[in-house]
Design a protein around this ligand. Structure first.
Ligand code: NAD
Length: 342
């Protein structure tokens, strides 16, 4: 283990020791008290507000002035650039649309790394869904930097990739699942912060592995949604009701999240996007983006994903056909021509 790992581990050990002595988590928390949050969209706005509710001192930035105004109206400090946010922060969290936006916020003009090699914050957490190569590049860039002020608990900045599963309702309810890649000691130090925005934080291994976990999860989710949709549509064509087939699946070997929690057939389940014309939920556009990331990453290591690439083509077609803002379970209706239950 290098000096960085040793220092962060000492901090975590000190924290554990403090907790055992009944001194609460205040020691570690004070080292993460000032949070800079960048990217206040559908997900990030809720996440930032949950941190404020948990008592962190949050400063925010977004390129959208209207969004910034909503925060400043609520008394939450706003800054005009990522660099300005970093000036008052111990930790930076980014929640941005894609790899290009993340690279811009880190490496662009007035970006987080624009001050050269000397950084203010000691921890950087990117929760955007990006390809693992981007996570690893930024982690490497940060590992080459030093800290402006040497803190007692750390002398080098570190980065975690921590994409999320759960969507907008989970972001609002503070019930996200974080998949975390990077130095394990940094993950342990960041865990209380992550759990102020989520209900699970799972360590996935070294830099980029959180992003690997995220794109593999979403590729499997797309393939299983298409598989279930295809089977329900075939069942309808052969004369069986989807609700009956759902009952069979859910106590048989085809049971999965797409059949028992997020059923794509309108009229089978209440409270899911299929019951409200596929509005809300996880858009086909975002699913297409995630499948694209998976395909690019797969070809980068020379791995073939026949089902993943087929799913990518299907979601590309759905978007081209005007369904990009519909929930991704709309494949049942728009791709397989499936019918409502009643
Ligand atoms: P969004 O488009 O609603 O929000 C992104 C925000 O980033 C916007 O407010 C935008 O103005 C801001 N932004 C863009 N470029 C910027 C820049 N250079 N500097 C500062 N701010 C900038 O996206 P979202 O739905 O909140 O998703 C964010 C990330 O989370 C994405 O990577 C997405 O794939 C992932 N994700 C989304 C969901 C979901 O259901 N929406 C679920 C899981 C993961």
């Amino acid at each position: 283990m290098g000096v960085v790992g040793w220092r962060v581990r000492s901090m975590v050990q000190q924290w554990g020791w403090n907790c055992r002595r009944g001194l609460s988590s205040a020691a570690v928390r004070s080292q993460l008290e000032n949070v800079g949050f960048i990217g206040l969209g559908n997900m990030g706005a809720h996440m930032a507000r949950n941190l404020v509710m948990a008592g962190y001192k949050v400063t925010v930035h977004d390129i959208n002035e209207n969004t910034m105004k909503k925060f400043s109206d609520d008394g939450i400090p706003t800054k005009q650039s990522p660099l300005e946010v970093s000036e008052s922060s111990d930790v930076i969290i980014t929640m941005l649309p894609s790899s290009a936006h993340v690279l811009d916020v880190y490496n662009g003009q007035n970006g987080l790394l624009a001050d050269g090699a000397n950084l203010g914050p000691w921890l950087y957490i990117d929760s955007s869904t990006v390809d693992p190569q981007t996570s690893r590049k930024i982690s490497m860039d940060i590992s080459r930097c030093t800290l402006k002020e040497n803190k007692a608990y750390n002398d080098k900045p570190v980065m975690l990739d921590a994409p999320v599963s759960g969507g907008v309702p989970a972001a609002e309810a503070g019930k996200l699942t974080f998949m975390v890649g990077g130095l394990e000691e940094a993950y342990l130090a960041a865990k209380p912060l992550l759990l102020s925005m989520g209900k699970n934080a799972i360590y996935c291994g070294g830099p980029g592995n959180g992003s690997v976990a995220k794109i593999c999860n979403n590729m499997a989710m797309a393939i299983s949604m298409l598989g279930v949709s295809e089977a329900f549509a075939l069942g309808q064509n052969l004369g069986i009701k989807a609700s009956v087939l759902t009952d069979i699946f859910n106590c048989s070997s085809a049971r999965c999240w797409s059949s028992d929690t997020y059923n794509p057939v309108p009229g089978v389940m209440m409270g899911v996007p299929s019951s409200r014309n596929y509005d809300g939920g996880f858009t086909s556009k975002l699913m297409t983006k995630d499948l694209d990331l998976a395909m690019v990453s797969a070809s980068g290591v020379g791995f073939k994903c026949p089902f993943g690439s087929q799913a990518f083509e299907i979601y590309r077609k759905l978007c081209a056909d005007g369904c990009e803002l519909k929930d991704f379970s709309c494949a049942f209706r728009h791709y397989y021509d499936g019918k409502d239950e009643n």
